[in-house]
Design a protein around this ligand. Sequence first.
Ligand code: CP
Length: 308
Amino acid sequence: LYHVLGAKQFAKEELEQLFDEAQAMEGIVARGGDRRHEGRIMTTLFFEASTRTRLSFESAMHRLGGSVIGTENAAQFSSAIKGETLEDTIRIISGYSDVFVMRHTEIGAAQRAAKVSGIPVINAGDGAGEHPTQALLDAYTIRKEFGKIDGLKIAMVGDLAYGRTVHSLSYILANYQDVMIYYISPDNVRIPDNVKKYLDEKGIRYQETNDLDSVAGTIDVLYQTRIQKERFPSLEEYEKASGQFIVDAELLSRMRKDTIVLHPLPRAGEITEEVDSDPRAAYFRQAVNGLYIRMALIDRCITQSQGK
Ligand code: CP
């Protein structure tokens, strides 16, 4: 079965093929979608809140002619609340549908699901672990905006400890030549050692700093993230991290004219609304790209798992 569990599973050749497929999906959406997966069913189970990921996956399946089932707020309205194990839930879903998209609170939940699943599993975020489909759309956005990823300087800013998107994006970027990653964060939410170890093994250059001003004028991509209040052990720890790095018009005035600002969204004040009208603010374009990447991923999961 073709599962999407983590970003390390993607090698460069597959990434480039996937991005080409996503580009083709843009044309298909412009023509109103197609019916290639008519009769197929996708299940979504989200044990954490979501706007973009769930709705873009659902839109993607509809655009491919398929249909979608799922519960609103799986933590409350699936039988998990009655004590059903994740494994039993997945066994049941395998009998009802053709592809399964799950967001869960626990790191590694998607891997657990895949072990017992009879259908492809897509990880839509596992706690503070990974968010591979977000990182794929982030990298697709970078390639679309610059025409390449090799050689770019990318600053990831904010909550790098709990921010699962930056973990996955780091693993994706590790496939490209001559990238330079700046990790800019408050001290209590620095990039985890396991991510740095992976980059070291791949020979990827990176630098940790808490000085955004010193790199703002040189980078190609500023990838801002939200400080994830819901994941901190205490309010005191959250308050230590919050409000330190804000992207506003003043910061933008010191950045290059061709630097882009990305954010996985939602934001909580770390990019001011005055930035939205600047052409360098690419985060809403980025969110739309999620539809095309997720169409390409659903298509791969279904077509590459047929007969398995
Ligand atoms: N970027 C992202 O995962 O957004 P949602 O939480 O709204 O799905």
